[in-house]
Design a protein around this ligand. Structure first.
Ligand SMILES: [Zn+2]
Length: 396
């Protein structure tokens, strides 16, 4: 009862405040669209360092214009990772805004898939994953400065890595180090589904290569001397399907296979590449152990397994749930029911959540077609996502 009574003053005041702040972003919707367009039109495939560096330089300039201090983590084979630090009025731990510069689209994709605005959407390579998320960071920071006499209400760090789409090998340590120093991590990866749900759980991901070595022989002259690596691999594939446990969110997909040389030769070699996904941390070790202890059906064949788990799962821990709850409260004041989703794909949020740092993912744009030709975002969703982000930065 007491809660109800106090609500009328404080919360009502903040509702008016939030409504005003939402209007602030609505009035700047065109500028936000312009920013997304500028980022989409600066192509940045993971495997092209020069292109990614160009986007990094552009963004360093934009964040510095907002009072941030930009520095690059030099990376020889990928684009440099961009870190921007902002000072803040309150003496508290910074919030980490996490994202990536790279996209899955090769250079020149814009020629066939130009950035365009139509039907209330902005289309283009990387618009959804995750250039609109970066635009939200820029505009939320700009607004917070405008509302707080040109200084942020709290310290803030932005980290935009260059290799997320290819596994984050060169950026993982940087992400983890910054997360450890932060009060919370807000990941501006695309939201989920048409309602823009945030992501409170993501599966962990592993990749394994299973190589079988058998013995080659002429299939006509010496059939009995051969040991077929393909046959052995086929038996192994059928057998490892039994490790799948859908109820526990544990899946295993043999994504590619290769083997043999010619039709009249008993194949001496065959290889399969496996994608493994786990919803729970302890399942990662279990499946790893099982895969490493596979035994050949044909004792004259040899098995070799390499690879391992790449990202730990992001589990919906109490600290993740608490951060989500806060976001729900803010969204509610913006007249919007913010939903949550558990997804099979990973992001750098997996690393930070696994460290126990409160992490909320999927705070970026609302749209569809990530990594596909119809990739697009809904323009009318941008202002409220920006308002939510600005408020979260202030209040976590
Ligand atoms: Zn992404």
């Amino acid at each position: 009862m007491l809660k109800k009574a106090s609500r009328t003053t404080d919360e009502a005041a903040s509702e008016i405040n939030l409504a005003k702040r939402l209007r602030y972003f609505e009035e700047r919707s065109d500028a936000m669209v312009q920013t997304v367009r500028q980022l989409v039109e600066t192509e940045s495939p993971s495997d092209n360092k020069d292109a990614v560096d160009q986007l990094g330089t552009l963004l360093a300039g934009r964040f510095e214009a907002l009072g941030g201090h930009a520095k690059f983590h030099r990376t020889p084979n990928f684009g440099d990772h961009l870190q921007v630090d902002f000072a803040g009025t309150r003496k508290v731990k910074p919030v980490l805004l996490l994202g990536h510069l790279d996209t899955v689209y090769p250079l020149g994709t814009l020629a066939n898939m130009p950035c365009r605005v139509a039907e209330g959407r902005l289309w283009g390579p990387g618009a959804f994953d995750m250039k609109s998320g970066i635009a939200l960071m820029l505009h939320a920071i700009e607004a917070l400065r405008a509302w707080h006499e040109d200084v942020l209400p709290r310290p803030l760090t932005v980290l935009l890595v260059s290799d997320e789409e290819v596994g984050s090998d060169t950026s993982r340590l940087i992400t983890e180090n910054l997360a450890r120093k932060s009060a919370a991590v807000l990941v501006l990866e695309p939201s989920h589904g048409p309602k823009g749900a945030v992501k409170t759980a993501r599966k962990g991901i592993g990749e394994y290569v299973l190589k079988v070595t058998g013995k080659a022989a002429h299939s006509g002259l010496d059939f009995e001397k051969g040991q077929s690596a393909i046959l052995e691999l086929a038996r192994q594939i059928v057998s490892i399907q039994k490790l799948i446990d859908l109820k526990r969110g544990l899946t295993l997909n043999v994504g590619t296979t290769q083997g043999g040389t010619r039709v009249n030769v008993i194949p001496a070699e065959a290889t399969a590449v496996l994608d493994v996904r786990v919803a729970r941390k302890q399942d990662a070790a279990g499946i790893d152990r099982k895969l490493r202890s596979l035994k050949p059906f044909n004792r004259k064949c040899k098995l070799e397994i390499s690879g391992g788990m790449n990202r730990p799962p992001m589990e919906r821990t109490p600290s993740v749930a608490a951060l989500y709850k806060k976001a729900v409260e803010i969204a509610k004041e913006l007249n919007w029911k913010l939903e949550e989703a558990a997804v099979g794909g990973g992001s750098d949020g997996n690393f930070t959540a696994a460290l126990g740092i409160p992490t909320l993912d999927g705070l970026g744009g609302v749209g569809e077609g990530a990594h596909a030709t119809h990739e697009s975002i809904l323009i009318f969703e941008l202002p409220k996502r920006a308002a939510l982000l600005a408020e979260l930065i202030t209040s976590v």
